[in-house]
Design a binder for this molecule. Structure first.
Ligand SMILES: *Cc1c(COP(=O)(O)O)cnc(C)c1O
Ligand SMILES: [Zn+2]
Length: 461
């Protein structure tokens, strides 16, 4: 098993720029503490001349790597030999043109598309990154892999471990909000599940201490290989759009791994001459976990070609920690106050001329219900993306000729409690600060009598 010799790790902070061999397992630059990228010496690698190069692999579905929605784009993330790349069939996702939903948010037919990453084997986009991180972990000979998780990273790690047997999974979850669909996955797939007394941010701090101590491979999105896998979400969007970039990519922001990897791949594609124009990225926070929105729109934090440093974010995080700030949103997948990829996300926002917004829990749940009413559905965090589209339409920043892609990050069945609460439970809604629940569709309760059942159906339309 081997790693590619034209690939290396590099500190994202230009003032440092230290490089490291791929055979080192790192989650930060040992010199300065900033995040790392996986970089490629493209001049010495076989780079496709056009993106339609990848269409030849559509007929190679019997090759597990070329069947994978991640590894069929191997030439753009060639850090390991293709036959060594781990796969469980991730990335068979779809882009749905959503015309009736478009009308709801003020876009004409044909201009709103939904990218369903919930169709991944474990039900969220995390499988894209896990395929890449665990490929590296297995080449490194890691016995254990761990993560802190709001739920989906742990579900993904647990599933990969169960299917491939490549590593044993250890997952850290907080004791507060974790969607039952996700927790049940970690338990059912047999992961060692450590539930700590704290929230995601606490679990993240602990797992970062534990991993080096015990020689455990860390698969959170501070792992630069994770983000290589997640680049392919954008490649599949382009594939579905016949390689024509849309105008906007709208994505919920939690730890900011997705937005970071989207910025990286668009920068790479432009530099390689594979696209002529870069879509704008809109990152949507939940109002109760809106550190990025605050730093970007109020504090004016910018990447500035790398004059920004992660340590500046750490200083701000320290202030937040002292004030005991905790995140709070019904969208548990993005209930994160200290996004680990902040610096990379700022870079992505610069590359893509991006914007950041935050939306309320009520907006998140209304738009989640709206998505399901007109399509395949998604979990709460994913609803933030459509809520963001509406906001940016109202502001006029998204114009009605713009083609918009919402990333639906997780499956509708991940968090049934929230969905049922929204539709049926007034008291629960009040607790969450939801006044209207515009799309609530409660069951009609009827006695077990034929005439009354018929009357109820007749009344319903
Ligand atoms: C992990 C996750 C997010 C947050 O993504 P980041 O890359 O951490 O910003 C959003 N939605 C769902 C469903 C997730 O599982
Ligand atoms: Zn460095």
């Amino acid at each position: 098993m081997s790693l590619n010799s034209e690939s290396f790790q590099k500190c994202i902070w230009p003032a440092c720029g230290a490089t490291f061999d791929l055979a080192q397992t790192l989650v930060a630059c040992p010199n300065c503490g900033n995040l790392l990228d996986i970089c490629y010496d493209w001049d010495h690698l076989p780079v496709p001349k056009n993106l339609d190069y990848f269409e030849q692999f559509w007929s190679q579905r019997r090759n597990p790597q070329r069947f994978s929605g991640v590894w069929r784009f191997h030439e753009l993330l060639p850090f390991a030999d293709l036959e060594d790349c781990l796969t469980i069939g991730e990335g068979q996702t779809s882009l749905q043109q959503a015309d009736r939903l478009a009308a709801e948010v003020g876009l004409p037919p044909g201009n709103l598309m939904l990218q369903y990453e919930g169709f991944n084997p474990s039900g969220s986009f995390k499988d894209n990154g896990m395929a890449a991180a665990l490929t590296h972990a297995s080449i490194q000979g890691a016995e254990f892999a761990a993560c802190a998780s709001t739920g989906n990273t742990s579900a993904s790690l647990a599933m990969f471990a169960a299917v491939t047997g490549a590593v044993k999974a250890i997952v850290f979850v907080g004791s507060g909000k974790i969607a039952y669909g996700k927790l049940s996955q970690a338990l059912d797939y047999g992961a060692c599940t450590i539930q700590i007394d704290g929230d995601f941010d606490d679990a993240m701090q602990r797992v970062r201490q534990v991993c080096p101590e015990l020689g455990i491979y860390l698969v959170n999105s501070v792992n630069p290989f994770r983000l290589e896998g997640q680049k392919t979400i954008m490649l599949r969007v382009l594939e579905s759009l016949q390689w024509q970039p849309p105008d906007w990519i709208v994505v919920p922001g939690g730890n900011l791994g997705n937005s970071s990897s989207f910025g990286k791949i668009f920068g790479e594609l432009k530099m390689l001459g594979l696209i002529d124009r870069i879509p704008r990225i809109a990152v949507i926070n939940a109002e109760g976990a809106s550190t990025l929105n605050h730093l970007y729109n109020q504090k004016n934090f910018r990447w500035q070609q790398g004059q920004f440093s992660t340590t500046k974010a750490q200083d701000y995080f320290d202030v937040m920690r002292k004030s005991n700030a905790t995140a709070n949103t019904v969208a548990s997948a993005i209930e994160i106050n200290f996004p680990v990829n902040l610096a990379k996300c700022l870079r992505a926002l610069e590359i893509t001329d991006g914007v950041v917004r935050d939306v309320t829990d009520e907006e998140i749940l209304d738009h989640k219900a709206m998505i399901a009413r007109h399509g395949f559905g998604c979990e709460p965090a994913s609803g933030a993306s459509l809520a963001g589209v509406r906001r940016l339409r109202e502001e006029g920043l998204i114009s009605d000729s713009d083609r918009v892609v919402c990333i639906l990050t997780g499956h509708v069945l991940k968090d049934p409690n929230v969905t049922v609460g929204y539709h049926t439970d007034q008291a629960w809604r009040e607790e969450q600060g939801i006044r209207q629940a515009t799309f609530a569709n409660p069951p009609v309760t009827v006695p077990n009598e034929l005439e009354q059942i018929i009357a109820a159906i007749n009344q319903s339309h």
